[in-house]
Structures are given as structure tokens and as C-alpha cells.
Design a protein around this ligand. Structure first.
Ligand SMILES: [Zn+2]
Length: 267
């Protein structure tokens, strides 16, 4: 458990580090007088470890947090950053307020035994600063756009666009090295949302999990999702069998089963 990588500077004063469990990314964006941290790992213990790692960077204290979405591997460490304003979408806040505690119970089984007490001890801290579609955040000498571009991995995904550095933090709208996760997803809308992320024309893209990459990864996953959505649509309209979706899907069977169920559920 811990850092899988050192800090990697992916743009001017922008760093990414990847952690176990879950191969999850955290991103730091430093301006002249403010420092934004995007996502905070899964537990208080993990976030305190992250705070130790942040001391390696030539930046001041974290002044702002942003959550890409309400899944706990991205936001349950927030209690370690007491008093720091947290940005997230309105839907992210609602999700954590309504379902955070239930979600924490469910996550217990996905963590190794020794980490479970730390999960239980981590408070649900919803964003206290929310946006519906867009908020421009000034960090001193640089601005970042916090954007909700539509439904995809969830109904409330937040994308962070660092305007002067051509960097986008895409959260779990993009997965690298593992299939996308559909448990709370909107399979029919996800391709267009990913297209909107690609439309930001960033050169460097940080996925929720896996190594930072480039814009080509967005268009590749967009076309895979669009293909899967078209298969699901054909099941919907009765011209394709469920079984044939698994053969044609770009993703493993278990992933495709969830996608198909969500496609039927969300229409
Ligand atoms: Zn997620």
C-alpha cells in the first residue's frame, strides 16, 4: 500500500502521483499563491501519507481541494485537510450527503483487512463549494476551469482543465490500463461527454487510474464506449441478443454485464 510512482511533473508546476490501492491518481496544480489538490485517496491514513509526500514538492500548503467524483477512492481522505475549501459538482455533494455512509460500508469489502479500520475512521466530507457546469478558479497567475461536461462514469463527474498548461484531469471518465467502471455510469451519454473532454484539446490527460496520457486515449475510449453503447441499444430494441454483446464488447464480460445493466436502467 502506498505510492506506486514518484511525483511526475506533467506540466509547469503540475504534478501527478499514483497510489495503491486502486492505482489511483492525485494531481497538484500550483499557482503563485494557491495550490489545488485534485482527489485525496481513500482513507484518512492514506491522505496523511499523501500529506507527507506533498512536502517533497516545492509548493506551499494545499489551499483548495477538488473531487473528480464521489467514489470514495477519490475523496474519503478529505478529513486530513481540515478547513481547506473543497470544490465539487452539485451532484457530487448530493451523492456524498445522501449515500456516503452506505458507500463507505460497501467499500469495506474492497479494501484489505488491515485497511478497514482506517476506512471506518474516515469521515464523509462533501464539497462545500459547488458548481453546476463551470467555475473558474484563480490560483494566482494561473486559472483552472472546473467543468461538468455531462453524464458519464457518474452523473456528476468533474473535469479540471489547467488553461495555460494544456492539461486536463479527467477523473474516472477516462481509465488507463483497466476497463472503465460502469456501476454508476450512463453508457449512452458517456461517449459524448468524453468527446467534450477531448474537445478541450489538452495535450496531457490525467485519468482517474493509471498513468497520465495524451488526448488519443480520450478518443480511443470514446469510440470503444460508443461501440458498446450501440451494442446495448440493439439489445434494447430487440435486434441483438445479450450474449452477442459480450462477444462484440471491447471490455471483459464482467464489465460489459454491468454496462448492459446500467444501459437498461438508465435508458
Ligand atoms: Zn469512480
Amino acid at each position: 500500500m502506498g505510492a506506486l510512482t514518484a511525483w511526475q511533473e506533467i506540466g509547469d508546476r503540475i504534478w501527478v502521483r499514483r497510489y495503491d490501492p486502486f492505482n489511483v491518481n492525485v494531481t497538484v496544480v500550483a499557482g503563485e499563491d494557491r495550490v489545488l489538490l485534485v482527489d485525496v485517496r481513500t482513507t484518512l491514513r492514506e491522505a496523511r501519507e499523501l500529506q507527507g509526500d506533498l512536502a517533497e514538492l516545492p509548493v506551499g500548503p494545499i489551499t483548495h481541494l477538488a473531487f473528480t467524483h464521489a467514489h470514495l477512492d477519490h475523496c474519503l481522505g478529505a478529513g486530513a485537510f481540515h478547513g481547506v475549501p473543497i470544490w465539487g459538482t452539485v451532484g457530487c455533494r448530493e451523492d456524498l450527503v445522501r449515500h456516503g455512509i452506505d458507500q463507505r460500508e460497501r467499500w469495506l469489502e474492497w479494501l484489505p483487512e488491515q485497511e478497514r479500520p482506517h476506512l471506518r475512521a474516515s469521515p464523509i466530507v462533501p464539497p462545500d463549494h459547488t458548481l453546476r457546469d463551470h467555475h473558474r478558479l484563480g490560483l494566482g497567475g494561473r486559472e483552472v476551469d472546473l467543468l461538468h461536461l455531462g453524464r458519464g462514469h457518474t452523473d456528476h463527474d468533474l473535469v479540471v482543465h489547467v488553461l495555460d498548461a494544456s492539461v486536463v484531469v479527467a477523473g474516472d471518465l477516462l481509465e488507463v490500463g483497466a476497463p472503465p467502471q460502469f456501476h454508476d455510469a450512463f453508457p449512452f451519454q458517456w461517449p459524448a461527454t468524453l468527446g467534450a473532454v477531448a474537445g478541450l484539446n489538452a495535450e496531457v490527460v490525467v485519468p482517474g487510474h493509471g498513468p497520465a496520457t495524451d488526448a488519443a486515449a480520450l478518443t480511443t475510449q470514446e469510440s470503444e464506449l460508443a461501440h458498446l453503447a450501440s451494442l446495448c441499444r440493439e439489445v434494447h430494441s430487440g435486434v441483438r441478443s445479450r450474449e452477442s454483446v459480450f462477444a462484440g464488447s471491447p471490455y471483459p464480460r464482467a464489465t460489459t454485464e454491468v454496462a448492459l445493466a446500467r444501459a437498461i436502467e438508465t435508458g
